[in-house]
Design a protein around this ligand. Structure first.
Ligand SMILES: NC(=O)C1=CN([C@@H]2O[C@H](COP(=O)(O)OP(=O)(O)OC[C@H]3O[C@@H](n4cnc5c(N)ncnc54)[C@H](O)[C@@H]3O)[C@@H](O)[C@H]2O)C=CC1
Ligand SMILES: O=C(O)CCC(=O)C(=O)O
Length: 387
């Protein structure tokens, strides 16, 4: 089904097989909301995966999906990942995410994001959102005119600012922990990193690695960001190696750092990888969870994405208690230790690093479910929303 054709089709609605397939698809999720506003061209899907730990929280991605099915698949996987991310980072929120179907370079407008804000508001606090791939803080300044359930807007608007800053910092801690585990020292310099995607997160990671004296190989589909990192490198008295989108999978490097789309670790790319580890910010890097085993069998260490890229989540969740940069930095720093423990546990139990991370999340969810059996006077959030 092409998204442009997504009009109400009685034949489809009546088709119980289609309905069954749809419910089968969302079987692990609590709620999926389709948002349609022809006046602004908004077509979005909000997915709430699990609210055991608290209201759902997750960014909103804008991408020109080829079909509604593709968009739905993406938002379902992304929102499930947020449940894991919140559980692993010890955050009192649940997993949710949204996708807007459209080209972020062409289809954005203030009205579209305001319409999206109204849909978020209609969930009355079950879902909080902010930026992700293809969206910026300015977009959510618009959305926040319609709802209080927006986070990660600029400090001058009362938010905690750009969440890609702690996300990039978390990736750096993830790279350091990986170096420590693989090479015995967590220094970043002297190693080669192949970065896919120089957007809000990837660019900051590249910059920090160059500053640390590392060798950096980059790729992006936009020429402007390539030029920008080249200029930055020359300002720092160094250079970056630029490769095309496809070559990034086969360059020789210590660590592959995916900071763009998900699904890039798959049957086609794994045999080409010439790296010792995969550590990056991209959500859902593995096309399928089985690819964690494939990497393991090939001796490539995989840093579970939701452990490494939790910095942004840490900041936006923390914002609701009142912004505090020091607290955010401290919690983001914990990614280093958390990842090292996962590597060690996986080694000890002879399981993949993904299994080790998932166990940690499962434990937290089970503990919370046990706690939920006790009567408490109120279940309202600890923080207060200003009306
Ligand atoms: N922004 C944040 O704080 C967080 C981001 N993430 C994840 O990290 C990833 C990157 O996020 P952002 O930097 O915010 O997105 P962004 O939209 O700012 O940047 C993505 C970059 O990837 C590039 N790109 C897209 N397809 C590519 C391809 N095939 N080859 C090379 N480059 C390609 C784009 O041109 C863009 O420069 C996403 O998967 C996102 O979900 C995860 C946690 C938090
Ligand atoms: O980074 C954010 O702004 C929110 C958290 C999120 O969506 C994510 O971690 O993917």
């Amino acid at each position: 089904m092409k998204w442009r054709d997504f009009t109400v089709n009685q034949q489809l609605v009546n088709n119980s097989q289609v309905e069954q397939d749809m419910f089968q698809k969302i079987v692990g999720h609590e709620q999926v909301v389709f948002c349609n506003d022809p006046a602004t061209g908004l077509q979005a899907i909000i997915a709430i995966h699990n609210t055991t730990l608290g209201p759902a929280l997750g960014g909103t991605r804008m991408y020109p999906y080829a079909s509604v099915d593709d968009a739905l698949d993406d938002v379902l996987r992304l929102s499930e990942g947020m449940t894991h991310k919140c559980a692993a980072a010890d955050i009192d929120f649940g997993g949710g995410k949204a996708v807007i179907i459209g080209d972020p370079k062409k289809d954005k407008s203030a009205a579209l994001f305001r319409a999206f804000g109204q849909f978020v508001d209609s969930l009355n606090g079950r879902f909080y959102t902010g930026t992700d791939m293809g969206t910026t803080m300015d977009d959510f300044v618009q959305a926040s005119k319609e709802t209080n359930f927006i986070n990660g807007i600029p400090e001058e608007y009362g938010g905690s600012g750009d969440s890609s800053v702690p996300t990039a910092q978390g990736v750096i801690y993830g790279l350091m922990a990986t170096n420590k585990f693989l090479f015995g020292s967590d220094h970043l310099h002297g190693r080669t990193y192949a970065i896919q995607g120089l957007g809000k997160v990837g660019y900051k990671v590249a910059e920090q690695l160059l500053q640390a004296g590392a060798k950096v190989i980059v790729t992006d589909i936009y020429e402007e960001v390539i030029q920008s990192i080249q200029t930055k490198a020359s300002e720092l008295g160094t250079t970056v190696t630029v490769v095309n989108s496809d070559e990034i999978y086969k360059v020789e490097a210590d660590i592959f750092v995916p900071c763009a789309m998900g699904g890039i670790v798959n049957d086609q790319t794994i045999p080409r990888l010439q790296v010792k580890a995969v550590v990056g910010s991209a959500n859902n890097q593995l096309k399928d969870n089985l690819h964690a085993k494939e990497l393991h069998d090939r001796g490539i260490l995989y840093a579970p994405d939701y452990i490494v890229n939790a910095g942004g989540l840490i900041q936006v969740a923390d914002e609701l208690y009142g912004p505090n940069k020091e607290r955010v930095l401290l919690k983001t720093k914990a990614i280093y230790q958390s990842l090292l423990e996962i590597y060690e546990q996986a080694n000890l139990d002879v399981i993949t690093t993904l299994e080790a991370a998932n166990r940690k999340c499962q434990n937290r969810l089970e503990q919370q479910l046990k706690r939920n059996n006790f009567f408490t006077r109120t279940r309202s959030p600890k923080w207060q929303i200003k009306e």
